[in-house]
Design a protein around this ligand. Structure first.
Ligand SMILES: *Cc1c(COP(=O)(O)O)cnc(C)c1O
Length: 460
């Protein structure tokens, strides 16, 4: 992480010939301030690059299309940007949707994904969720033998749902424990290397002709391509083994999950989807020969670099020799960064009150948020041009899992999200999510039941 440059160094230009992302985003920020989307009354907002999202979806499709023998359904992991307009844009790009619970399933349906292009994964699906998914014809990946038994009891022979089993190839973890799903004791999937587990999986398929898919999602940020590819290769070998034992092609699909890591250090998109496809090809060449339909479930790698947060500097102060800028970007929209600053560092850009990049010599500053706990700092001891009241900061690479996944701490309202598209001179905004109103904050905090506890007496 280059902590010394006032604004991020420009990376290579995107394929469209547009300026590098941070230059484009600077233009967007200036316009957002000019149009009043950011300012004293609206001190925080998220921004998403609709053109960039389309380009990322194209890059994913092209990377797998380079392997002509295989059919692939690319789904977007809804949790990475759980906003209906984003999901609809990705549906428009030809993608499907991976969901992990009743809320995300609802969003996917509202966004317009056909049920056959939706995949339900979650380790704790209720019977009601399973019933709904089976009735809709959504694909379901069971997370455990217990869930297989439930599905067995609930499915009707005519269900259009493709049904699979998630396995944990136990190939190990990456650099962030909380993001590593293929450790020995991970809560996800059937742990393949446990004694007897592999045979039990094979037997489960032998006995259930309706099981036709294997699923593995090896990890997320912090996992290397080789680690992820090793987990997928192990899943491929299991599919071969099941089909070998059955003497027929029963496993017809492999869902390889998502998890491509994202570079948070500069503008460059790295690793590219094409590098991942190359790693998969060398770890499991048979994956691409057309015998298996593939499903992918990428989230962060499609959205992270296509979004940023803009936040106003409300005050500055000095404490113990450290300059602190008190902004509106804190744990409510950068939760992981605040709680695990070393695992999730973010590039910060400094802009003046009109949204123009700040010049001036760098000084060491903390970029703090509005939440009432001491750790609410999104960047520690960062060298940036001196920030002053009324300036703006930009938090880059926050298009996935940041403002789209707010935390309700301190009853801070969810910020507005805007999409943008176009070139310098023709940039346009569209609202993606309104800022949460204080009426909504009150309603979500039990307003309807305001007297519920004063009227409740335990003692007669
Ligand atoms: C979170 C998740 C994904 C997406 O992970 P990214 O790192 O955002 O690509 C895909 N599949 C499953 C099962 C997940 O839980």
């Amino acid at each position: 992480m280059d902590a010394t440059s006032p604004t991020p160094p420009p990376g290579p230009a995107p394929p469209s010939g547009r300026p590098p992302r941070s230059a484009r985003f600077a233009e967007v920020l200036r316009l957002a301030v000019a149009e009043g989307l950011l300012g004293e009354e609206r001190p925080l907002a998220g921004f998403l690059d609709a053109d960039g999202i389309r380009e990322s979806a194209d890059a994913l499709r092209d990377a797998f299309a380079a392997e002509p023998g295989v059919r692939v359904l690319h789904t977007f992991a809804a949790k990475a940007a759980s906003l209906i307009p984003v999901l609809r844009l990705l549906a428009d790009c030809g993608m499907g949707c991976e969901v992990a619970g009743p809320g995300e399933l609802r969003l996917a349906v509202e966004a317009g994904f056909a049920p056959a292009r939706i995949v339900l994964d979650s380790p704790a699906k209720t019977r009601d969720e399973l019933r709904l998914a089976l009735a809709l014809g959504v694909a379901v990946n069971a997370d455990s033998f217990g869930e297989i038994r439930r599905i067995e009891g609930l499915r009707s022979p005519g269900s259009a749902s493709v049904l699979g089993l998630r396995v944990n190839p136990q190939v190990g973890g990456g650099s962030i424990g909380a993001m590593s799903t293929a450790t020995a004791t991970s809560k996800f999937g059937v742990a393949l290397r446990d004694p007897g587990a592999r045979d039990r999986v094979v037997q489960t398929f032998v006995e259930r002709p309706w099981l036709t898919r294997l699923h593995a999602h090896v990890g997320s940020q912090g996992c290397s391509l080789d680690l992820i590819a090793a987990g997928i290769a192990e899943t491929y070998r299991l599919a071969e083994e099941i089909n070998g034992v059955l003497g027929t092609r029963r496993v017809t699909g492999i869902d390889i999950g998502g998890g491509l890591p994202v570079n948070f250090d500069d503008d460059e998109t790295r690793p590219a989807f094409a590098e991942y496809v190359a790693a998969l090809r060398s770890a499991a060449p048979g994956l691409f020969d057309g015998r298996y339909d593939l499903v992918t479930e990428f989230g962060r790698s499609l959205l992270a670099k296509n979004g940023f947060i803009g936040a106003r500097v409300e005050y500055t102060k000095d404490a113990g020799g450290r300059r602190i800028a008190l902004t509106h970007a804190g744990a409510q929209i950068a939760t992981r960064t605040v709680f695990m600053p070393d695992a999730w560092p973010l590039r910060i850009g400094a802009f003046d009150g009109e949204g123009r990049p700040h010049g001036g010599p760098p000084m060491v500053q903390d970029i703090a948020g509005p939440c009432c706990f001491a750790g609410d700092v999104v960047a520690h001891a960062r060298e940036l041009p001196e920030l002053r009241e009324g300036d703006f900061v930009v938090l880059y690479d926050t298009g996935a899992y940041y403002f789209s996944t707010p935390w309700a701490y301190n009853s801070l309202p969810r910020p507005a999200v805007y999409g943008f598209a176009g070139e310098t001179g023709s940039l346009r905004f569209a609202p993606v999510r309104e800022a949460q109103s204080l009426d909504s904050v009150a309603a979500e905090s039990g307003l309807r039941h305001a007297g519920a506890l004063t009227g409740l007496h335990g003692r007669p």
